[in-house]
Design a protein around this ligand. Sequence first.
Ligand code: NDP
Length: 277
Amino acid sequence: MIKKLSNNVDMPQVGLGVYKMTDETEAIKAITTALDVGYRAIDTATLYQNEKEVGEAIKAHKLPREDIFITTKVWNTDQGYDNTLRAFEKSLELLQVDYIDSYLTHWPVPEKYTETYRAIERLYEEKLIRVPGVSNHHQEHLLELEKTANIKPVINQIECHPLLQQSELIKFCHERDIAVTGWGPLGRGRILPNEELDHIAKKYNKTAAQVILRWHLERGTIIIPKSIKPSRIKENFDLFDFSLDQEDMETIASYDSNGRTGANSSEPGFMRHFEGM
Ligand code: NDP
């Protein structure tokens, strides 16, 4: 399934997330499996220390470069205008590509994120990226960027799953034509196993994980589930032959419980979360 972004670029609605895939062999195997079963988007970041493996797996697969959508992100310690441009060069080199599909500010580092985004705009103008974007930006950060940016972010990647549904923020983004990617779409292991979801899944001859992922698609968000297991990588992409009925959507809606797993970038001092990273 393809999502048409506000700048007319097509982005696959389901991609593979590769956070915590630090073992080289494991990462290459997972990415290769994903490409084999039909994934065409990979979500990495400088922080994940596996851009090199992402680049190698893609290169070895021999798909045309334009068939693959690569997202990477500028890490907090690399932010600011000049540093971001330098970090981008390093990412290009590690990924062994001459452009990156989507480049995101990983977190809105106070006093730096508007300058970081200014560098991302420049990369877009220079056609070194196809989709300028941000991650973990809340309403206040997006409003701040509206004051300073010439090109609005096309994507905002935020934590989103049944325990933290982010309906307000998603509405805010969609009203501005900013597409939303949900990170941690399976709740990073905090939702499953779940008997009620197993029961719903049976109805569709699917798994509980597929029900959660389909719920995201019904809400119009892009998702990047992570798995290192071939059977799950396959399962997480097998989402396009069913849809959830209203009652099941409402059941999952009732799970919303402020179940944030990552930092809350609206809280003063949220940067403490990243000490030592
Ligand atoms: P996910 O919600 O994708 O959950 C991943 C966990 O679920 C892993 O433990 C995985 O285990 C397990 N899992 C995967 N598929 C299944 C399945 N079908 N059934 C049961 N369990 C399953 O969490 P992530 O934190 O990895 O988020 C996804 C991606 O989002 C990241 O990889 C990264 O690319 C991005 N991200 C972005 C952030 C940001 O700040 N922008 C922050 C965090 C993540 P196993 O691997 O053993 O299968």
